[in-house]
Design a protein around this ligand. Structure first.
Ligand code: ATP
Length: 863
């Protein structure tokens, strides 16, 4: 039975949970964490090692092979049986390790993407993973936070919470701290509680954690609907493709078996060959390899400050052709400083300074201003000109009694102060917003002119205005006054003046934008700032060729069709509200664009979700935007997006490379075994040989291809269409022709050796096929660059895996014990050289393919 904490007073709750306003000690928190468990609601069943192991054996072909090997053992072919068992075991083990690795990597991503929470422990404010919260912890909340556990509130300054995630109720609720009378049961009535998963829209609060994880209200609902695992589009396509291919391979293997039988081969060994071929040729490892490549990519991305929250983003990054980016902090340095100040008349100058510190949430402690960069810039300026004492006494003399916080929609904020019985309203914000609130006698054309001039110089302009409040008005105001009541008072204001703030662009952005242009990616800047400021900054960074800036005001007058017509030619949108960001994304998408969109505010979440890749800010972002995003920029820097796209393109290229590599190997094996009898040749390979080639080629070199460096032109070609097949750009043809070439080379060696009466013919066939794979993997490393240009040793893991494979193959040929097991014979130097020569044909052929492709004009792929 859960305790009804909302009926208890703050003191009782603290006592009940053995905590205090200074929070728990670290030791106590650790002890509680190990007793109660993490504050998480599992959304999918955790993977288990036995289940993964069993998964490997579930494969019907493996099962048939094991039975066949078992029968072979019974028939006295025990070496064959043992070796098949061993290879199947190693195969399953590799499969298991890959699946395990993939699960681990995905879990690591999940862990990295957890939300942080501010908590007071041992009387110190710190930021911890929300998963580590325990009952008794004291947490602080501010606008934009997602509440991370069920809390009983202890203090609240106009905390307004959106509880729709929990109650479905769209109207946000003001919270209070008083204990509630008995009989209040409904979650929506418990106004002194804040529940996990709900969103702080406005205000600030402090609360004590009462329930965590599954014990929370949302935990009770969520545990009933465990979500399915999210697969990336590529993983889905890969799984479907593997399935279809399996059917095709099974048909081929059945035909092979029947033909062999009809030709007079003994049915049982023939069955063993057919089943081994099926096991080898069905690319069951591909989906796991794709997952590993994506997850590895994600962990490399985080080193470059791009934290992936959702795995599909790694794959889709490479398809981005439009980046919609914020300006402040992403394009600019977020290092704001006041450059110009103009009071509307000299008398009001000191009031302007006072307004700059009163209408501000920035803190000033120990000589340092902290908070929103715009406000700290103002604070620093005042301290520099008036001294620290001015700030302290000013704030002390006019305590704040109410506020309407800044939002990206309103673009201004108001604070209400009391000085004895007299009151004062101060409003600061964009010039347009302040102008709307002035007494009409205040409007001055010269000032409008000045705002335009400052903005054109790239400055962010803030206007300040004030009004004394009448005693009756002051009386009606309190910390819990609703916004609607307060905003009625924002009229007839007196203009105090303007402040111009500079925020220089990040130097490296200029280069990043050039890179985007070469890579066929359009950059669109969407900002809440003035159109002229936006134009100036965009010119500084070389963003727009045309000086076309659309303002939020113009957007409101446009139909969706009109917007759709101009989104492709407009690179700068200014004075935009979060809702308009959503309109811009959808308009771009309806023009076929694949959009990455940044956002930091609470209300940016819908636009982030609607975009193809939603990007949130690690430093300045709100929890809500981070939760909605696919990727988080840990350094808030635009350049990081471009780096991530480059990495995304490389990862996809490498996935395509190893898919192409493995599929070519498999098609070569099938063709060799299928064609030999049709050409009147005996079965070229024994089951162990087939399984061996599959094991050594599928495994190591395949994975090592994922470490290949990016192609030199990686950012000089247009983005890959999102729905493009893995087999586009000649990959499908490559698989068929190189597979056929390998089979042909192998069969020619077999035919010649047999004609010459060479008794080592089978070992030679085995070696040629095996070495051909190695030659192929070296050539396939780049789709365009010749190996000698690329450097033989530039992919270390691959070189290591090739050397290991070579040594293993030579062991199988020359070690007497292996000869018995694999039914091989030691080759003479001439025979071995012949095998190496034959295998190198494949390498050279693929290098020539690059040369031919380079001479042909590029054909852009459609599908
Ligand atoms: P971007 O979207 O490029 O990141 P931004 O998010 O910084 O820009 P907003 O923060 O929405 O843009 O600011 C829009 C306008 O609101 C600014 O041009 C400024 O006039 C005003 N403004 C910004 N910060 C404050 C604040 N703390 N108080 C009052 N007004 C502000």
């Amino acid at each position: 039975m859960k305790t009804a904490y909302h009926h208890l007073s703050s003191e009782q709750v603290l006592k009940e949970l053995n905590s205090s306003k200074n929070g728990l000690s670290e030791d106590e928190a650790t002890a509680r964490l190990s007793r109660i468990g993490e504050n998480i609601i599992p959304t999918s069943k955790p993977y288990s090692i036995p289940a993964l192991l069993l998964d490997q054996l579930k494969d019907a072909m493996i099962f048939i092979l094991l039975i066949a090997a078992f029968i072979a053992g019974l028939l006295g072919e025990w070496i064959d049986a043992a070796i098949i068992f061993t290879i199947v075991f190693i195969n399953s083990l590799t499969g298991f390790l890959q699946a395990y690795h993939a699960e681990k990597a995905i879990e690591a991503i999940r862990r990295m993407a957890t939300i942080k929470t501010n908590v007071i422990r041992g009387n110190k404010l710190m930021s911890i993973d929300a998963a580590a919260l325990v009952p008794g912890d004291i947490v602080t909340i501010e606008a934009g936070n997602i509440i991370s556990a069920d809390l009983r509130l202890l203090e609240s300054a106009t905390l307004l919470v959106d509880e729709s995630a929990l109650t479905g109720e769209s109207i946000s609720v003001y919270k209070s701290v008083q204990e509630l009378p008995d009989g209040t049961v409904a979650v929506s009535d418990q106004v002194n509680m804040a529940f996990k998963g709900t969103i702080a829209v406005r205000g600030r609060a402090k609360g004590i954690v009462v329930y965590t994880g599954r014990q929370t209200e949302i935990g009770k609902i969520a545990s009933m609907l465990d979500r399915k695992k999210l697969k990336t589009p590529l993983q889905q396509r890969m799984a479907k493709f593997s399935k279809n291919l399996s059917v095709l391979i099974l048909i081929i293997c059945t035909i092979l078996f029947v033909l062999g039988w009809l030709r007079g081969e003994k049915p049982f060994p023939m069955l063993l060959v057919a089943v081994s071929l099926a096991v080898a040729a069905i690319p069951e490892a591909l989906p796991a390899l794709v997952t590993i490549a994506l997850a590895k990519g994600a962990s490399r991305l985080v080193k470059q400050n791009a934290l992936i929250r959702k795995l599909p983003a790694v794959e889709t990054l490479g398809s981005v052709n439009t980046i919609c980016t914020d300006k402040t902090g992403t394009i600019t340095q977020n290092k704001m400083s006041v450059q110009r100040l103009q009071s509307s008349d000299e008398v009001l100058r000191s009031q302007l300074f006072l307004a700059m510190i009163l209408n501000s949430d920035a803190l000033y402690q120990a000589g340092i201003a902290s908070g929103d960069p715009t406000e700290t810039a103002l604070m620093d300026y005042v301290v520099k000109h008036m001294g620290e004492d001015y700030v302290r006494t000013g704030r002390h003399s006019y305590p704040r009694i109410a506020e309407i916080g800044f939002t990206a929609e309103r673009k201004c904020m108001s604070t209400f102060h009391a000085d004895g019985s007299e009151g004062l309203l101060i409003c600061k914000g964009s010039a347009e917003q302040i102008m709307e609130r002035l007494a009409s006698s205040e409007l001055d054309k010269a000032l409008v002119q000045l705002v335009n001039e400052w903005s054109a110089a790239g400055l962010r302009v803030l206007a300040f205005a004030y009004r004394p409040l009448k005693i009756e008005e002051t009386k009606t105001i309190g910390a819990h006054s609703a916004e609607a009541t307060l905003s009625v008072l924002e009229t007839n204001l007196v203009l105090l003046g303007y402040v111009g703030i500079s925020d220089p662009p990040r130097k490296e952005v200029i280069q990043a934008i050039k890179e985007c242009r070469q890579a066929g990616i359009r950059v669109v800047m969407i900002t809440g700032d003035h159109p002229e400021t936006a134009r100036a900054i965009s010119a500084d960074i070389g963003l727009s060729d045309n000086q076309n800036v659309l303002s939020g005001y113009e957007l409101t007058t446009m139909s969706h069709a009109q917007l759709k017509n101009c989104v492709l030619h407009t690179s700068v949108f200014a004075r935009v509200s979060p809702a308009q960001k959503l309109d811009i994304v959808t308009a771009l998408q309806s023009q076929g664009q694949f959009v990455a969109m940044t956002g930091d505010g609470v209300n940016d979440a819908p636009a982030l979700k609607a975009s193809n890749i939603g990007i949130a800010m690690g430093i300045a972002g709100s929890d809500v935007s981070r939760e909605a995003a696919d990727m988080i920029l840990l350094d808030d820097n635009f350049t990081t997006i471009v780096k991530a796209i480059k990495e995304g393109r490389r990862i996809f290229d490498n996935i395509r490379k190893f898919v192409r590599y493995i599929m070519t190997c498999n098609s070569a094996e099938i063709l060799t075994l299928f064609l030999a009898p049709l050409l009147g040749l005996p079965l070229p390979l024994l089951p162990v040989h087939i399984l061996w080639i599959n094991l050594v080629t599928d495994g190591l070199p395949g994975i090592a291809l994922a470490s290949e460096k990016g192609e030199p032109d990686i950012m000089q070609r247009p983005p890959r269409p999102a729905a493009e097949s893995l087999f586009a750009h000649g990959s499908g043809t490559h698989i068929i022709w190189v597979g056929s070439l390998m089979a042909a080379v192998t069969l020619v060696v077999q035919a010649v050796a047999l004609n010459l009466g060479n008794v080592h013919w089978q070992t030679m066939v085995f070696t040629v096929l095996s070495f051909s794979q190695l030659g192929h993997v070296m050539a396939i490393r780049s789709e365009k660059v010749f190996l000698f240009r690329q450097g033989l040793f530039s992919n270390k893991p691959l070189i290591v895996s090739i050397i290991v494979t070579l040594i293993l193959q030579l062991t199988v040929i020359y070690l007497p014990a292996a000869n018995t097991i694999f039914k091989t014979q030691p080759l003479s130097l001439v025979e071995l050289s012949l095998c190496v020569f034959a295998a190198s044909i494949v390498f050279h052929a693929v290098e020539i393919e690059k040369w031919i492709k380079a001479r042909k004009p590029a054909v852009t792929s459609t599908h």
